[in-house]
Write a protein that binds this ligand. Structure first.
Ligand code: DGL
Length: 287
């Protein structure tokens, strides 16, 4: 039915809120469903098959909730599951619903990376899974081959965010450790002048990261890039746009339903801090 569908946002936990916050601010007129798989986070060290299975379950849940378009707001899941979901899952399980779409966060980031760096040496922090997938270097080789990427896996940062440890000496210690590792990767004569936070959890540590990383280095977050890319997508796909429930009056909020797979009180507490508005989540059971 026209004008009745929602946009789904999926992440392994709280990280997707850093993307959603920007989407909601740029495109407030749509109705959203957010799902955080907090019970099984982090995805970063899990196998390819496990991330694919969990992400597929999340996407199925959001389609069942009336979403026509799902954004996988997680680099690990985008790197390890997006292509299989687009090419196999959608065409098999949803062959009678060919209008359903799933988009990720890696392509919109890579398409814009060049403008942040003069030296063309860019550091990238991500989960172990996202680094091991090789997705970022592959996309960079297509869309920004002039960029040299120094990838550093930061397996301890997403768990710190999930635990709500956004500040303090412990968090600063690990951020500093990863920055020292990054510096050690620079070859002689290379100067990193941009650091891409390629895990949607990391912007929640932005103030600590900004304190540790020298001010000459730009710290790039993905939220605005992904939001802008979604806006472009909807301009280019009026057939999708007309099926989404929206307000003509952009000042009127169509609202969001939040789901978590774990404790709603824990989700609501941290989501309130991250989103700046009270959140009342519901429990999701993923099958
Ligand atoms: N938010 C996820 C990402 O962007 C990662 C967190 C996790 O390890 O689950 O990669």
């Amino acid at each position: 039915m026209e004008g009745n569908s929602k946009i789904g946002i999926f992440d392994s936990g709280f990280g997707g809120l850093t993307i959603f916050r920007c989407i909601k601010s740029l495109l407030p007129e749509y109705e959203y469903v957010y799902l955080g798989d907090n019970a099984r986070t982090p995805y970063g060290q899990r196998s390819f098959d496990t991330v694919l299975r969990f992400t597929t379950q999340g996407v199925d849940f959001l389609f069942a909730e009336g979403c026509r378009l799902v954004i996988i707001a997680c680099n690990t899941a985008s790197a390890r599951a997006l292509r299989s979901i687009q090419q196999l899952h959608l065409t098999q399980k949803y062959k009678d619903a060919p209008f359903l779409r799933v988009l990720g966060v890696i392509r919109p980031t890579v398409e814009n990376i060049d403008s942040y760096s003069v030296s063309k040496v860019v550091a990238l922090w991500a989960t172990e899974g996202a680094v091991r997938s090789g997705s970022f270097p592959l996309e960079i080789s297509h869309f920004a081959p002039q960029i040299k990427l120094l990838q550093v896996a930061c397996p301890l940062l997403a768990p710190l965010v999930e635990a709500g440890e956004l500040e303090g000496p412990g968090t600063e210690h690990f951020v500093d450790k990863y920055w020292q590792l990054t510096r050690a990767r620079q070859m002689e004569g290379e100067v990193v002048d941009a650091l891409l936070l390629a895990c949607t959890h990391y912007p929640l540590l932005y103030s600590v990261i900004r304190r540790v990383v020298p001010k000459e280095v730009a710290v790039i977050t993905q939220g605005e890039l992904v939001a802008k890319s979604l806006q472009d997508y909807l301009w280019r796909h009026p057939e999708m746009k007309k099926h989404l429930r929206s307000n003509d009056d952009r000042d009127k909020d169509r609202g969001t339903t939040f789901y978590t797979t774990d404790r709603c009180d824990h989700f609501d507490h941290l989501a309130h801090i991250f989103m700046g508005v009270p959140v009342n989540s519901k429990l999701a059971v993923l099958l």
